[in-house]
Design a protein around this ligand. Sequence first.
Ligand code: SF4
Length: 443
Amino acid sequence: MEQKPKYYLIMAGSTNHMLRGDQLLKDSGLKTALVPAPSEYGSVCAIAIKVKTEDLKQAEVILKENEIKLEGIYPEIPKKLSGLVEKLYQSVISDDFLMILKKVEEGEELSFEDIVRLLKTERKAEMDALFDAADRMRKEIIGDTVDIRGAIEFSNICRKDCKYCGVRKSLNDLKRYRMSEDEIMDVVHQIHKIGLQTVILQSGEDLWWTPEKIVSIIKRIKKETGMRITLSIGERPKEEYALYKKMGADNFLLKIETTNKDIFKFIHPDDDFNIRKQCSSWLRELGYLNGSGNIIGLPGQRVEDIARDIIYFKEMGINMIGIGPFLPAKGTPFEKYPPGSVDMTLKAVAVTRIVCKRVFLPATTALATLDPDGQTKALKAGANTIMLINTPVKYRYNYQIYSEKNMVDLESAYKAITESGRKFPPYLKIDLEELKDAGDTKK
Ligand code: SF4
Protein backbone atom coordinates (compact mmCIF):
# COMPACT_ATOMS: atom_id res chain seq x y z
CA MET A 1 0.00 0.00 0.00
CA GLU A 2 1.29 3.44 -0.88
CA GLN A 3 2.30 5.44 2.20
CA LYS A 4 0.64 8.81 2.82
CA PRO A 5 3.18 11.67 2.66
CA LYS A 6 3.96 13.25 6.03
CA TYR A 7 4.40 16.74 4.61
CA TYR A 8 3.27 18.85 1.68
CA LEU A 9 5.19 21.62 -0.07
CA ILE A 10 3.27 24.72 -1.04
CA MET A 11 4.84 26.73 -3.85
CA ALA A 12 3.61 30.33 -3.97
CA GLY A 13 3.41 32.44 -7.11
CA SER A 14 6.08 34.89 -5.91
CA THR A 15 8.51 35.45 -3.05
CA ASN A 16 6.18 38.03 -1.53
CA HIS A 17 3.24 35.66 -1.59
CA MET A 18 5.40 32.86 -0.18
CA LEU A 19 6.53 34.97 2.75
CA ARG A 20 3.13 36.47 3.44
CA GLY A 21 1.52 33.04 3.20
CA ASP A 22 4.05 31.53 5.58
CA GLN A 23 3.47 34.29 8.10
CA LEU A 24 -0.33 33.90 7.88
CA LEU A 25 -0.05 30.18 8.53
CA LYS A 26 2.30 30.72 11.45
CA ASP A 27 -0.04 33.39 12.89
CA SER A 28 -2.84 30.83 12.72
CA GLY A 29 -0.82 28.45 14.87
CA LEU A 30 0.33 26.07 12.13
CA LYS A 31 3.87 24.77 12.24
CA THR A 32 5.56 25.57 8.94
CA ALA A 33 9.08 25.73 7.58
CA LEU A 34 10.54 27.41 4.52
CA VAL A 35 12.63 24.89 2.61
CA PRO A 36 14.47 24.82 -0.71
CA ALA A 37 12.07 23.24 -3.19
CA PRO A 38 13.08 19.92 -4.76
CA SER A 39 14.38 20.14 -8.35
CA GLU A 40 11.22 18.65 -9.81
CA TYR A 41 9.16 21.53 -8.38
CA GLY A 42 11.32 24.57 -9.08
CA SER A 43 14.69 26.12 -9.77
CA VAL A 44 17.55 25.72 -7.30
CA CYS A 45 16.65 28.96 -5.54
CA ALA A 46 12.95 28.24 -5.22
CA ILE A 47 11.62 28.08 -1.68
CA ALA A 48 8.52 26.18 -0.59
CA ILE A 49 6.33 26.35 2.51
CA LYS A 50 6.36 22.98 4.20
CA VAL A 51 3.26 21.95 6.17
CA LYS A 52 2.17 18.76 7.89
CA THR A 53 -0.30 16.66 5.90
CA GLU A 54 -2.93 16.98 8.64
CA ASP A 55 -2.65 20.81 8.45
CA LEU A 56 -2.87 21.05 4.66
CA LYS A 57 -6.62 21.58 4.34
CA GLN A 58 -6.62 24.36 6.95
CA ALA A 59 -3.57 25.93 5.29
CA GLU A 60 -5.27 25.94 1.89
CA VAL A 61 -8.33 27.68 3.34
CA ILE A 62 -6.21 30.36 5.05
CA LEU A 63 -4.17 31.01 1.91
CA LYS A 64 -7.25 31.21 -0.28
CA GLU A 65 -9.06 33.57 2.09
CA ASN A 66 -6.05 35.87 2.01
CA GLU A 67 -5.64 35.68 -1.77
CA ILE A 68 -2.17 34.16 -1.68
CA LYS A 69 -1.26 33.18 -5.23
CA LEU A 70 -0.16 29.54 -5.48
CA GLU A 71 1.82 27.78 -8.16
CA GLY A 72 1.21 24.30 -6.85
CA ILE A 73 0.98 21.99 -3.86
CA TYR A 74 3.02 18.82 -3.91
CA PRO A 75 3.57 15.91 -1.54
CA GLU A 76 7.08 15.93 -0.10
CA ILE A 77 8.81 12.85 -1.41
CA PRO A 78 11.58 11.98 1.03
CA LYS A 79 14.97 11.52 -0.65
CA LYS A 80 15.77 7.87 -0.05
CA LEU A 81 19.28 6.52 -0.44
CA SER A 82 18.59 2.85 -1.00
CA GLY A 83 21.30 0.37 -0.03
CA LEU A 84 23.19 3.00 2.00
CA VAL A 85 23.34 1.00 5.22
CA GLU A 86 23.55 -2.51 3.82
CA LYS A 87 27.16 -2.18 2.73
CA LEU A 88 28.12 -0.83 6.14
CA TYR A 89 27.19 -3.89 8.19
CA GLN A 90 30.70 -5.23 7.90
CA SER A 91 32.29 -1.97 9.16
CA VAL A 92 33.05 -1.04 12.75
CA ILE A 93 30.07 1.25 13.24
CA SER A 94 28.04 1.56 16.43
CA ASP A 95 24.41 0.51 16.31
CA ASP A 96 23.09 3.97 17.19
CA PHE A 97 25.18 5.57 14.42
CA LEU A 98 23.89 2.98 11.99
CA MET A 99 20.30 3.69 13.06
CA ILE A 100 20.77 7.36 12.16
CA LEU A 101 22.16 6.45 8.75
CA LYS A 102 19.16 4.14 8.33
CA LYS A 103 16.96 7.21 8.87
CA VAL A 104 18.94 9.00 6.15
CA GLU A 105 18.47 5.99 3.88
CA GLU A 106 14.72 6.04 4.50
CA GLY A 107 14.49 9.79 3.85
CA GLU A 108 13.46 10.56 7.44
CA GLU A 109 14.30 13.87 9.10
CA LEU A 110 17.11 13.88 11.61
CA SER A 111 16.54 15.17 15.14
CA PHE A 112 18.84 17.56 16.98
CA GLU A 113 20.21 14.58 18.93
CA ASP A 114 20.89 12.66 15.69
CA ILE A 115 22.81 15.62 14.29
CA VAL A 116 24.89 15.94 17.46
CA ARG A 117 25.66 12.22 17.40
CA LEU A 118 26.86 12.40 13.76
CA LEU A 119 29.03 15.43 14.48
CA LYS A 120 30.54 13.90 17.61
CA THR A 121 31.91 10.76 16.04
CA GLU A 122 35.67 10.45 15.91
CA ARG A 123 35.79 6.91 14.60
CA LYS A 124 37.25 6.71 11.13
CA ALA A 125 34.76 4.11 9.87
CA GLU A 126 31.83 6.26 11.06
CA MET A 127 33.24 9.44 9.56
CA ASP A 128 33.81 7.66 6.24
CA ALA A 129 30.24 6.36 6.32
CA LEU A 130 28.96 9.89 7.05
CA PHE A 131 30.99 11.41 4.19
CA ASP A 132 29.80 8.67 1.81
CA ALA A 133 26.17 9.31 2.75
CA ALA A 134 26.59 13.06 2.16
CA ASP A 135 28.40 12.42 -1.12
CA ARG A 136 25.58 10.17 -2.27
CA MET A 137 22.96 12.77 -1.27
CA ARG A 138 24.89 15.45 -3.21
CA LYS A 139 25.16 13.20 -6.27
CA GLU A 140 21.46 12.32 -6.33
CA ILE A 141 20.22 15.82 -5.66
CA ILE A 142 22.69 18.06 -7.49
CA GLY A 143 24.77 15.79 -9.71
CA ASP A 144 28.53 15.68 -10.28
CA THR A 145 29.22 19.12 -11.70
CA VAL A 146 31.15 21.51 -9.47
CA ASP A 147 29.97 25.09 -9.75
CA ILE A 148 32.89 27.55 -9.95
CA ARG A 149 32.51 31.21 -9.01
CA GLY A 150 34.94 34.10 -9.04
CA ALA A 151 35.40 36.42 -6.05
CA ILE A 152 36.76 39.95 -6.08
CA GLU A 153 37.63 41.42 -2.67
CA PHE A 154 37.22 45.02 -3.73
CA SER A 155 37.81 46.84 -0.42
CA ASN A 156 39.50 45.82 2.83
CA ILE A 157 38.22 48.84 4.73
CA CYS A 158 35.75 47.99 7.48
CA ARG A 159 33.87 49.95 10.12
CA LYS A 160 33.71 46.94 12.43
CA ASP A 161 36.04 45.14 14.78
CA CYS A 162 35.11 41.45 14.71
CA LYS A 163 37.66 39.84 16.97
CA TYR A 164 38.66 37.04 14.60
CA CYS A 165 39.01 39.15 11.48
CA GLY A 166 42.27 40.07 9.75
CA VAL A 167 40.80 43.26 8.24
CA ARG A 168 39.09 44.55 11.43
CA LYS A 169 39.25 48.33 11.83
CA SER A 170 41.71 48.31 14.78
CA LEU A 171 44.45 46.67 12.73
CA ASN A 172 46.61 49.74 12.20
CA ASP A 173 49.45 48.00 10.35
CA LEU A 174 47.26 46.78 7.54
CA LYS A 175 47.59 48.54 4.20
CA ARG A 176 44.05 49.52 3.29
CA TYR A 177 42.75 49.61 -0.28
CA ARG A 178 39.68 50.26 -2.34
CA MET A 179 39.62 49.10 -5.93
CA SER A 180 38.24 51.58 -8.43
CA GLU A 181 35.19 50.74 -10.48
CA ASP A 182 37.36 50.29 -13.57
CA GLU A 183 39.74 47.99 -11.72
CA ILE A 184 36.78 45.88 -10.59
CA MET A 185 35.40 45.77 -14.12
CA ASP A 186 38.76 44.64 -15.52
CA VAL A 187 38.65 41.61 -13.23
CA VAL A 188 34.98 40.98 -13.98
CA HIS A 189 35.86 40.81 -17.68
CA GLN A 190 38.72 38.38 -17.00
CA ILE A 191 36.39 36.13 -15.03
CA HIS A 192 33.74 36.40 -17.71
CA LYS A 193 36.28 35.53 -20.41
CA ILE A 194 37.00 32.16 -18.82
CA GLY A 195 33.29 31.42 -18.84
CA LEU A 196 32.35 31.85 -15.17
CA GLN A 197 28.74 32.86 -14.70
CA THR A 198 28.78 34.30 -11.19
CA VAL A 199 30.97 37.03 -9.74
CA ILE A 200 31.13 37.57 -5.98
CA LEU A 201 31.77 41.15 -4.90
CA GLN A 202 33.14 41.00 -1.38
CA SER A 203 34.33 43.77 0.94
CA GLY A 204 34.55 44.88 4.54
CA GLU A 205 31.65 46.99 5.79
CA ASP A 206 32.90 50.02 3.92
CA LEU A 207 30.27 52.76 3.77
CA TRP A 208 32.34 54.78 1.29
CA TRP A 209 30.67 52.38 -1.11
CA THR A 210 27.38 54.20 -1.15
CA PRO A 211 24.27 52.70 -2.77
CA GLU A 212 24.93 54.85 -5.86
CA LYS A 213 28.44 53.39 -6.27
CA ILE A 214 27.28 49.80 -5.71
CA VAL A 215 24.41 50.28 -8.16
CA SER A 216 26.80 51.69 -10.74
CA ILE A 217 28.93 48.51 -10.55
CA ILE A 218 25.88 46.22 -10.66
CA LYS A 219 24.61 48.00 -13.76
CA ARG A 220 27.96 47.78 -15.53
CA ILE A 221 28.41 44.08 -14.75
CA LYS A 222 24.93 43.29 -16.02
CA LYS A 223 25.28 45.46 -19.11
CA GLU A 224 28.80 44.45 -20.09
CA THR A 225 28.74 40.74 -19.15
CA GLY A 226 25.25 39.65 -18.03
CA MET A 227 26.88 37.68 -15.19
CA ARG A 228 25.05 36.72 -12.01
CA ILE A 229 26.13 38.87 -9.09
CA THR A 230 26.65 37.82 -5.48
CA LEU A 231 27.08 40.70 -3.04
CA SER A 232 28.92 40.17 0.22
CA ILE A 233 29.13 43.64 1.73
CA GLY A 234 27.68 43.12 5.20
CA GLU A 235 24.76 44.57 7.07
CA ARG A 236 22.86 47.33 5.27
CA PRO A 237 19.33 48.77 5.58
CA LYS A 238 16.52 46.82 3.97
CA GLU A 239 15.92 49.57 1.39
CA GLU A 240 19.50 49.17 0.15
CA TYR A 241 19.16 45.41 -0.17
CA ALA A 242 15.92 46.02 -2.08
CA LEU A 243 17.60 48.54 -4.38
CA TYR A 244 20.47 46.17 -5.25
CA LYS A 245 18.02 43.36 -5.97
CA LYS A 246 15.99 45.64 -8.19
CA MET A 247 19.10 46.74 -10.07
CA GLY A 248 20.11 43.14 -10.81
CA ALA A 249 22.00 41.60 -7.86
CA ASP A 250 21.07 37.94 -7.64
CA ASN A 251 22.63 36.50 -4.51
CA PHE A 252 23.71 37.86 -1.15
CA LEU A 253 26.15 36.32 1.28
CA LEU A 254 25.82 37.36 4.91
CA LYS A 255 27.14 34.78 7.32
CA ILE A 256 25.65 34.29 10.76
CA GLU A 257 29.04 32.78 11.88
CA THR A 258 27.41 31.16 14.94
CA THR A 259 23.88 30.84 16.28
CA ASN A 260 25.15 30.74 19.86
CA LYS A 261 24.15 34.25 20.95
CA ASP A 262 26.82 34.51 23.68
CA ILE A 263 29.61 33.55 21.30
CA PHE A 264 28.15 35.81 18.61
CA LYS A 265 28.28 38.75 21.02
CA PHE A 266 31.77 37.88 22.20
CA ILE A 267 33.26 37.72 18.71
CA HIS A 268 31.25 40.62 17.24
CA PRO A 269 31.58 43.64 19.55
CA ASP A 270 29.70 45.86 17.06
CA ASP A 271 26.94 43.49 16.12
CA ASP A 272 23.61 42.29 17.39
CA PHE A 273 22.53 38.72 16.67
CA ASN A 274 18.91 39.69 16.06
CA ILE A 275 19.87 42.36 13.54
CA ARG A 276 22.08 39.89 11.65
CA LYS A 277 19.21 37.42 11.57
CA GLN A 278 16.80 40.16 10.54
CA CYS A 279 19.07 41.12 7.63
CA SER A 280 19.10 37.51 6.52
CA SER A 281 15.31 37.35 6.65
CA TRP A 282 15.06 40.54 4.59
CA LEU A 283 17.37 39.08 1.97
CA ARG A 284 15.19 36.00 1.70
CA GLU A 285 12.07 38.15 1.62
CA LEU A 286 13.51 40.23 -1.21
CA GLY A 287 14.08 37.12 -3.29
CA TYR A 288 17.86 36.86 -3.14
CA LEU A 289 19.50 33.47 -3.33
CA ASN A 290 20.38 33.68 0.32
CA GLY A 291 23.86 32.82 1.58
CA SER A 292 24.96 32.22 5.16
CA GLY A 293 27.54 30.10 6.91
CA ASN A 294 29.41 29.47 10.11
CA ILE A 295 32.88 29.16 11.58
CA ILE A 296 33.93 25.86 13.10
CA GLY A 297 36.16 25.98 16.16
CA LEU A 298 35.26 29.39 17.61
CA PRO A 299 36.30 29.90 21.24
CA GLY A 300 33.75 28.28 23.52
CA GLN A 301 31.82 26.65 20.67
CA ARG A 302 30.38 23.20 21.38
CA VAL A 303 29.23 20.49 19.01
CA GLU A 304 25.64 21.28 20.04
CA ASP A 305 26.14 24.85 18.76
CA ILE A 306 27.20 23.55 15.35
CA ALA A 307 24.13 21.29 15.30
CA ARG A 308 21.95 24.35 16.03
CA ASP A 309 23.68 26.27 13.21
CA ILE A 310 22.74 23.50 10.78
CA ILE A 311 19.12 23.51 11.95
CA TYR A 312 19.11 27.34 11.62
CA PHE A 313 20.28 27.06 7.97
CA LYS A 314 17.46 24.65 7.29
CA GLU A 315 14.77 26.62 9.06
CA MET A 316 15.84 29.92 7.48
CA GLY A 317 15.70 28.34 4.01
CA ILE A 318 19.35 29.27 3.34
CA ASN A 319 20.48 28.38 -0.19
CA MET A 320 24.29 28.76 0.04
CA ILE A 321 26.13 27.69 3.18
CA GLY A 322 29.84 28.44 3.64
CA ILE A 323 31.30 26.30 6.42
CA GLY A 324 34.94 26.97 7.24
CA PRO A 325 37.30 26.29 10.13
CA PHE A 326 38.29 29.14 12.44
CA LEU A 327 41.78 30.39 11.49
CA PRO A 328 43.67 32.78 13.77
CA ALA A 329 44.65 36.05 12.10
CA LYS A 330 47.81 37.94 13.11
CA GLY A 331 47.32 41.07 15.19
CA THR A 332 43.77 40.18 16.25
CA PRO A 333 42.59 39.34 19.80
CA PHE A 334 42.25 35.73 18.64
CA GLU A 335 45.71 35.36 17.11
CA LYS A 336 46.86 32.87 19.75
CA TYR A 337 43.74 30.70 19.62
CA PRO A 338 44.09 27.28 18.00
CA PRO A 339 42.55 26.78 14.55
CA GLY A 340 39.36 24.81 14.07
CA SER A 341 39.50 21.15 13.16
CA VAL A 342 39.47 19.94 9.56
CA ASP A 343 37.56 16.81 10.54
CA MET A 344 34.86 18.74 12.40
CA THR A 345 34.50 21.10 9.44
CA LEU A 346 34.12 18.17 7.04
CA LYS A 347 31.59 16.52 9.36
CA ALA A 348 29.63 19.79 9.49
CA VAL A 349 29.68 20.00 5.66
CA ALA A 350 28.47 16.41 5.39
CA VAL A 351 25.69 16.75 7.96
CA THR A 352 24.58 20.05 6.38
CA ARG A 353 24.25 18.33 3.00
CA ILE A 354 22.21 15.53 4.58
CA VAL A 355 19.96 17.90 6.54
CA CYS A 356 19.61 20.85 4.13
CA LYS A 357 19.84 18.74 0.98
CA ARG A 358 19.40 21.01 -2.04
CA VAL A 359 21.82 23.83 -1.27
CA PHE A 360 25.10 25.22 -2.58
CA LEU A 361 27.88 24.08 -0.30
CA PRO A 362 31.31 25.55 -1.09
CA ALA A 363 34.56 23.74 -0.45
CA THR A 364 35.83 26.81 1.38
CA THR A 365 39.08 28.71 1.02
CA ALA A 366 39.53 28.48 4.81
CA LEU A 367 39.54 24.70 4.59
CA ALA A 368 42.08 24.84 1.75
CA THR A 369 44.24 27.05 3.97
CA LEU A 370 44.29 24.56 6.84
CA ASP A 371 44.71 21.46 4.70
CA PRO A 372 46.13 21.46 1.14
CA ASP A 373 43.71 18.63 0.31
CA GLY A 374 40.85 20.30 2.18
CA GLN A 375 38.85 21.20 -0.91
CA THR A 376 39.12 17.69 -2.36
CA LYS A 377 37.99 16.27 0.97
CA ALA A 378 35.06 18.69 1.16
CA LEU A 379 33.98 17.82 -2.40
CA LYS A 380 33.91 14.18 -1.30
CA ALA A 381 31.83 15.04 1.78
CA GLY A 382 28.90 16.84 0.20
CA ALA A 383 30.32 20.14 -1.15
CA ASN A 384 29.55 21.20 -4.73
CA THR A 385 31.00 24.69 -5.25
CA ILE A 386 34.45 26.29 -5.47
CA MET A 387 35.12 29.99 -5.17
CA LEU A 388 38.21 31.30 -6.95
CA ILE A 389 40.01 34.30 -5.49
CA ASN A 390 40.32 36.76 -8.35
CA THR A 391 41.41 39.81 -6.37
CA PRO A 392 44.40 41.41 -8.15
CA VAL A 393 47.73 40.25 -6.69
CA LYS A 394 48.69 43.77 -5.57
CA TYR A 395 45.69 43.82 -3.22
CA ARG A 396 44.94 40.25 -2.27
CA TYR A 397 47.58 39.88 0.44
CA ASN A 398 45.94 42.75 2.30
CA TYR A 399 42.60 40.97 2.33
CA GLN A 400 43.30 38.20 4.76
CA ILE A 401 40.38 37.65 7.09
CA TYR A 402 42.76 35.03 8.52
CA SER A 403 46.51 34.65 8.08
CA GLU A 404 48.26 32.53 5.40
CA LYS A 405 45.08 32.46 3.34
CA ASN A 406 45.15 29.99 0.45
CA MET A 407 44.54 31.86 -2.81
CA VAL A 408 42.37 29.36 -4.59
CA ASP A 409 43.01 29.65 -8.30
CA LEU A 410 41.99 27.63 -11.33
CA GLU A 411 44.89 25.22 -10.91
CA SER A 412 43.96 24.31 -7.36
CA ALA A 413 40.29 24.06 -8.39
CA TYR A 414 41.38 21.73 -11.21
CA LYS A 415 43.26 19.58 -8.70
CA ALA A 416 40.32 19.37 -6.27
CA ILE A 417 37.78 18.59 -9.01
CA THR A 418 39.87 15.90 -10.70
CA GLU A 419 41.01 14.30 -7.45
CA SER A 420 37.44 14.04 -6.23
CA GLY A 421 36.35 12.51 -9.55
CA ARG A 422 33.90 15.30 -10.29
CA LYS A 423 32.92 17.18 -13.43
CA PHE A 424 33.91 20.66 -14.58
CA PRO A 425 31.02 22.98 -15.35
CA PRO A 426 30.13 23.07 -19.06
CA TYR A 427 30.32 26.87 -19.10
CA LEU A 428 34.11 26.96 -18.47
CA LYS A 429 35.95 28.35 -21.50
CA ILE A 430 39.45 27.16 -20.70
CA ASP A 431 41.75 24.48 -21.95
CA LEU A 432 41.73 21.86 -19.19
CA GLU A 433 44.81 20.17 -20.64
CA GLU A 434 46.76 23.40 -20.15
CA LEU A 435 45.66 23.55 -16.53
CA LYS A 436 46.68 19.95 -16.02
CA ASP A 437 50.11 20.66 -17.53
CA ALA A 438 50.52 23.72 -15.31
CA GLY A 439 49.69 21.64 -12.25
CA ASP A 440 52.10 18.87 -13.31
CA THR A 441 54.93 21.38 -13.80
CA LYS A 442 54.44 22.74 -10.28
CA LYS A 443 54.72 19.29 -8.67
S1 SF4 B 1 34.28 39.99 9.62
FE1 SF4 B 1 33.45 41.40 8.11
S2 SF4 B 1 32.39 42.96 9.32
FE2 SF4 B 1 33.74 41.88 10.73
S3 SF4 B 1 35.62 43.11 10.77
FE3 SF4 B 1 35.88 41.52 9.21
S4 SF4 B 1 35.25 42.43 7.28
FE4 SF4 B 1 34.48 43.71 8.96
